[in-house]
Design a protein around this ligand. Structure first.
Ligand code: SF4
Ligand code: SF4
Length: 298
């Protein structure tokens, strides 16, 4: 079963929920793969204190121009919608590599065979094991190199690696910590999920982002539950209005407290902390998620 945890803007507690859900499920004996697809700000390995090893580079195709064969026809520059291929009027094109998304359109439109395909590394997929007592989970983490602009290829590469590892390990759960926002990289992650957990906070910005996520998941037709983080920080009427607009349930309320911050900084999952109120709420969330699998198996 694939559970995607998402949260609009950064800082809503999406990674805290994803990591604690994965740990809670793994610590009750489920086989779990956690995929950190927040490729511009991956932190799950820090929250779990996991050492990662690079599994493979993330590469995108890039054009190399044979200036001997180029006729300066400008077909490639006119098809390049990222502005990576540019030419001064009537001149031969040159490439700004950082802007190239690797879409490949220029390879196909060059009738003179003057573009060769090369590869450029834009990031890495890494993996590691988090262990707690007799249990463990596998973490797959995607990372986009600094200065790179194209998130989607990195998200896709990390997601494919996580899906393949989940299959190999016979995982009961693939938990996906999505990128921030509601862009193409996030919708790709959400579209493959059996369940989406939309994490929000009781603030106007949190409610605004929640509205955008719920609109997206309702269009995708994916089952969605809401988790309110920083519960108690402010009245929740604003979140309640959005939730009732889409008719989705709030399944957990993680209290606003210092222990959440301490656990975040200390790399200790809340669900493993004795007496933690937030940990108890997150363990209950994991039980609710697990009940879907039990119901399916029944
Ligand atoms: S499409 Fe080919 S021939 Fe035309 S400008 Fe580009 S590289 Fe040169
Ligand atoms: S691969 Fe796509 S983005 Fe890159 S230069 Fe060619 S057309 Fe532009």
């Amino acid at each position: 079963m694939t559970v995607a945890v998402t949260g609009g803007k950064g800082g809503t507690g999406k990674s805290t929920v994803a990591v604690n859900l994965a740990v809670a499920l793994a610590s009750t004996g489920y086989r779990v793969v956690l995929a950190d697809l927040d490729v511009e700000g991956s932190v799950d390995h820090l929250l779990l204190k996991v050492g990662l090893k690079v599994v493979r580079p993330i590469k995108v195709p890039i054009p190399f121009i044979d200036y001997g064969g180029c006729t300066a026809c400008e077909a490639c520059t006119s098809v390049c919608d990222t502005g990576a291929l540019v030419s001064v009027k009537g001149g031969k094109p040159f490439l700004i590599p950082r802007l190239c998304s690797g879409c490949g359109a220029c390879f196909y439109v060059c009738r003179f065979g003057a573009i060769r395909r090369g590869w450029r590394v834009i990031g890495e997929v890494s993996a590691g094991k988090a262990r707690f007592g007799d249990n463990a989970l596998t973490l797959v983490s995607g990372r986009l190199r600094e200065g790179e602009e194209h998130v989607a290829p990195a998200v896709v590469a990390a997601r494919e690696e996580a899906i393949s590892l989940a299959r190999e390990e016979g995982a009961d759960f693939l938990v996906i910590d999505t990128a921030a926002g509601t862009g193409i990289a996030v919708s790709q992650a959400l579209s493959t999920a059996d369940l989406v957990l939309a994490v929000t906070e009781p603030t106007p910005l949190g409610a605004h982002d929640l509205d955008a996520i719920l609109e997206l998941t309702s269009k995708l037709g994916v089952r969605t539950w809401v988790v309110v983080n920083k519960h108690g920080l402010a009245p929740e009427n604003i979140v309640a209005r959005v939730v009732s607009k889409y008719g989705v349930p709030v399944v957990a309320r993680v209290p606003y407290s210092d222990e959440v911050v301490h656990a975040y900084v200390g790399g200790e999952p809340l669900v493993l902390r004795e007496g933690s109120v937030a940990g108890q709420e997150l363990r209950a969330l994991a039980s609710t998620v697990a009940s879907i699998v039990s119901a399916r198996g029944a």
